[in-house]
Write a protein that binds this ligand. Structure first.
Ligand SMILES: Nc1nc2c(c(=O)[nH]1)N[C@H]1C(S)=C(S)[C@@H](COP(=O)(O)OP(=O)(O)OC[C@H]3O[C@@H](n4cnc5c(=O)[nH]c(N)nc54)[C@H](O)[C@@H]3O)O[C@H]1N2
Ligand SMILES: Nc1nc2c(c(=O)[nH]1)N[C@H]1C(S)=C(S)[C@@H](COP(=O)(O)OP(=O)(O)OC[C@H]3O[C@@H](n4cnc5c(=O)[nH]c(N)nc54)[C@H](O)[C@@H]3O)O[C@H]1N2
Ligand SMILES: [Mo]
Length: 764
């Protein structure tokens, strides 16, 4: 069914019956513990489950391939969460995606399968090639595959016709070698998942506080008076953060959750481990939930800051000594009327006053945020409002206070630190050249969105993807699929099957690699790699499980093998494969902050990268001061027959990897084509629960349609809608991106709805 259509890259539905249950009030607890064990046992059996889970995030074990939340110094034997357990179980699946599998299934057949089905087939066991326009993948040797990539790259008329993407699980070692190779070839075409993720945070922070990262340690949570959790769903996406919030709460901190949805994880929390000590209490987390309208945060922060000013809650000596731009900022707040603030934010003035009072009373405030802020047109500006709010009270560079952009992929921050960056600053490149001993290009390369535009224009001959699922993670699925199909060779370096293996260039390779959990043995013995967590701690990660197939190679080895073929004289690639210490020695010479890397990273908790605001309240901006910024309010009005749609993650997925079909906390089971809608909006349109609607997005006169979504009433502001990523990506316009960061606006899509009765398009 619909096989032809699926050449457009969109995701076929899982045709299971949709079952709705109550929205959960408490996160984690027994259901989470049961769910972790179930996922594990189903995918790897009981003994392996217990053995594996005990190794996650231990000092001598592997870093959880789930999120980038840091590990506490005093670890328990269960430093994993339900969703980390799912990630680990998933990596331990048998390597059933092998030559026989691809002989049995044509690419067209596979395109008709859902993302859930594709992922559940297991690990990829051996290199495969799709020869020019062939209907099937067939096996290829590692040597032939690597030679084929090298000859395709060498055939390009210019190095700029190659694009080298990275997802955020790649280790520091692999990422460092990869960027060195790409730059040795003469391009900065290094887009990465960050471009769709925290790019807005990096841009907002580097220009205001002089570093594109967060400024808090995990220990700061113990000293905070107030923690803001903005546009983030930690119960699902960073479950270990709930423990930090609970502990902070026990020490007296207040927590404010700012989110259109009352996410379960922010309400009550029960640590699954507490059952072992027969502790059955749950902890209320958020003191207030602020149901801001999608995109209404800027208005909300203006309101809070106006009130803080009125309260006199400003740290004038900090402002005077450490910042610039305060006067202009202060004056600008007068421009914004309370009517506009209340209308745009959807929050009444009393509530805003109350929040402002809490902010004013706090001596140490931490602001955490994730995709609810970054994936908006004003993503950079709205994060700078958060910075303004903290700077007013002197909350950066003080214990228990600071900015905390909560990263996604487990090593996305490290990848950027070691050079996965299409627009690296000059100072970074100069240091890099000192270590590498060859000159590297200065011209900026493509980010994700620019890369898709280039593919669309026929400007890309070779695309290499170090992990990830470029097709499904990027916006405008149909257009991106067409763009990819114009490429000569696409290479996916992967662990599991995904849609990017099926929508390919003329020729395609799938190169399966070792996962984070697996033992990596090279000539000099067992290797470890290193990663950086969301708080700038760099530490080891050592796989322990027997690799699921003997035809897998490691990511660093793969890159070095390509290096040998493509730039044999640039570096001594062979020694990197034999012993990863050689890679780290080169990193010591090439990266600021990585001096004596091999020794320092062997210390039991790793080491902290320098962070001037946190370390000594210093700001490496042009003026040496932290910068107050002034921004207009974004336009948040849409025509009365339209809605604003945000794309969000369910509880059973990791980005485009679908582990299961439950979104347990939100009470959704069996199906992912869900449109969350306010009950009043539903009744005004005459929709009933589970009615099927079609969504059309509108941008600059172009519309995009996605059909067949089940309407579900939900506690979401009127005029707002939510649907799951990646299914809804076909609605996200490629041109709709954030100012300055160019991040697709996955949380702001203007849409209208229709049903089959009122459209003339054919029913599927
Ligand atoms: N289990 C699991 N863990 C993950 C991931 C996963 O898919 N599964 N993904 C990883 C990655 S790469 C990332 S980046 C993170 C993502 O972590 P999150 O950012 O928590 O992920 P999203 O589901 O995109 O959720 C965004 C939240 O923002 C809210 N939101 C949307 N629009 C707005 C707005 O305008 N204002 C405000 N205030 N809130 C808004 C939504 O209601 C939602 O609660 O998680 C990481 N961890
Ligand atoms: N509409 C919408 N779009 C979004 C988002 C959104 O909220 N809404 N979120 C954006 C965000 S925050 C992000 S970070 C991106 C994510 O974009 P990506 O990072 O590109 O996507 P993932 O789904 O994380 O990639 C999953 C694939 O990575 C491979 N993989 C897993 N582990 C490994 C490994 O150890 N090594 C290698 N080589 N491969 C591995 C597997 O084959 C798996 O299928 O998506 C973005 N897209
Ligand atoms: Mo992300």
């Amino acid at each position: 069914m619909h096989m032809k259509e699926r050449l457009d890259g969109t995701t076929p539905p899982d045709n299971n019956r949709l079952r709705l249950t109550h929205v959960k009030k408490t996160a984690a607890g027994i259901p989470a513990a049961v769910s972790s064990m179930n996922h594990g046992i189903r995918k790897m059996g009981l003994t392996k489950t217990v053995r594996t889970l005990l190794m996650v995030n231990q000092k001598d074990g592997f870093d959880c391939p789930g999120c980038a939340w840091p590990d506490p110094q005093h670890r328990t034997s269960f430093e994993f969460c339900e969703n980390g357990a799912k990630a680990v179980a998933d990596e331990a699946m048998a390597a059933n995606v092998n030559a026989a599998f691809f002989q049995k299934h044509s690419i067209e057949q596979l395109l008709s399968k859902s993302d859930y089905w594709l992922n559940s087939q297991g690990r990829i066991s051996q290199p495969m090639i799709r020869k020019k326009n062939s209907s099937h993948y067939e096996p290829i040797s590692w040597n032939d595959a690597l030679d084929f990539i090298a000859s395709s790259i060498n055939d390009m008329p210019s190095p700029k016709r190659g694009v080298y993407y990275t997802s955020g699980r790649t280790s520091n070692e692999a990422a460092f070698l990869y960027q060195a190779l790409v730059r040795a070839m003469g391009t900065n075409n290094l887009p990465d998942c960050s471009n769709m993720c925290h790019e807005s945070s990096g841009k907002a922070l580097s220009s205001t506080i002089g570093i594109g990262k967060g400024t808090v340690h995990l220990q700061d949570f113990d000293h905070a008076d107030l923690i803001l959790v903005i546009g983030q769903n930690p119960g699902t996406n960073h479950p270990r953060m709930l423990t930090a919030l609970r502990d902070a709460k026990k020490k007296g901190a207040k927590i404010i959750s700012i989110n259109p949805l009352p996410e379960t994880g922010m309400q009550r929390f029960k640590h699954p481990q507490d059952y072992m000590t027969a502790d059955f209490r749950t902890t209320q987390l958020a003191d207030i939930h602020v149901p801001v309208r999608i995109g209404g945060d800027a208005a909300l922060f203006k309101g809070i800051m106006k009130e803080m000013l009125a309260n006199g809650a400003v740290d004038l000596s900090f402002i005077d000594q450490k910042t610039i731009g305060y006067e202009q900022f202060e004056q600008s707040l007068d421009q914004f009327s309370w009517d506009d603030i209340v209308r745009d934010s959807g929050i009444d003035k009393n509530t805003i006053n109350h929040i402002a009072q809490m902010c004013s009373n706090s001596n140490a405030t931490i602001a955490c945020w994730a995709m609810g802020l970054t994936q908006h047109r004003n993503g950079v500006a709205v994060i700078q409002e958060v910075v303004n709010l903290l700077l007013m009270g002197g909350h950066i560079g003080r214990p228990g206070a600071g900015v905390c952009p909560v990263r996604g992929h487990s090593n996305v921050q490290g990848d950027r630190t070691v050079g996965i960056w299409e627009a690296p600053p000059e100072s970074f490149l100069q240091k890099l050249e000192q270590g590498l001993n060859f000159s590297v290009p200065r011209e900026h390369g493509y980010d994700v969105v620019h890369a898709i535009h280039a593919m669309e224009k026929g400007d890309v001959d070779v695309f290499v993807s170090m992990g990830g699922n470029f097709l499904s993670a990027t916006p405008d699925t149909r257009r991106t699929a067409k763009a990819i199909q114009r490429i000569g060779l696409t290479v996916q370096i992967s662990t599991k099957l995904n849609r990017s293996h099926l929508i390919t260039g003329n020729s395609a390779l799938i190169l399966p690699v070792l996962g984070r959990t697996e033992l990596d043995e090279q000539k000099s013995g067992e290797q470890f790699v290193t990663v950086e967590n969301s708080m700038g701690v760099v530490h080891q990660s050592k796989g322990k499980m027997k690799p699921v197939s003997n035809m897998l190679i490691s990511e660093p080895a793969l890159v070095a093998q390509l290096g040998k073929r493509l730039c044999p004289d640039a570096l001594n690639w062979s020694q990197f494969i034999e012993n990863y210490d050689a890679i780290r020695d080169l990193m010591s010479l090439s990266l600021n902050g990585f001096e004596d890397y091999n020794r320092r990273v062997r210390e039991s908790d790793g080491f902290l990268l320098p962070n001037p605001p946190r370390d000594d309240c210093n700001f490496n901006t042009e003026t040496g001061k932290a910068v107050f910024t002034v921004h207009d309010l974004p336009l948040v009005d849409v025509p009365s027959d339209r809605f604003v749609l945000m794309t969000i993650r369910s509880h059973d997925q990791y980005n485009t990897t679908i582990y299961g079909l439950h979104d347990r906390y939100r009470g959704i089971h069996g199906n992912r084509r869900i449109l969350f809608m306010n009950a009043i909006d539903m009744s005004e349109r005459g929709y009933k629960t589970k009615d099927v609607v079609h969504i059309t997005s509108h941008y600059e006169g172009v519309s995009r349609e996605s059909r067949n979504w089940f309407v579900v009433p939900y506690d979401i502001p009127q005029g707002n809608l939510a649907a799951y990523f990646p299914e809804a990506n076909e609605l996200v316009p490629l041109e709709s991106t954030a100012h300055l960061s160019n991040t697709p606006t996955s949380k702001w899509i203007e849409v209208s709805l229709s049903t089959s009765e009122n459209t003339d398009s054919e029913e599927e």
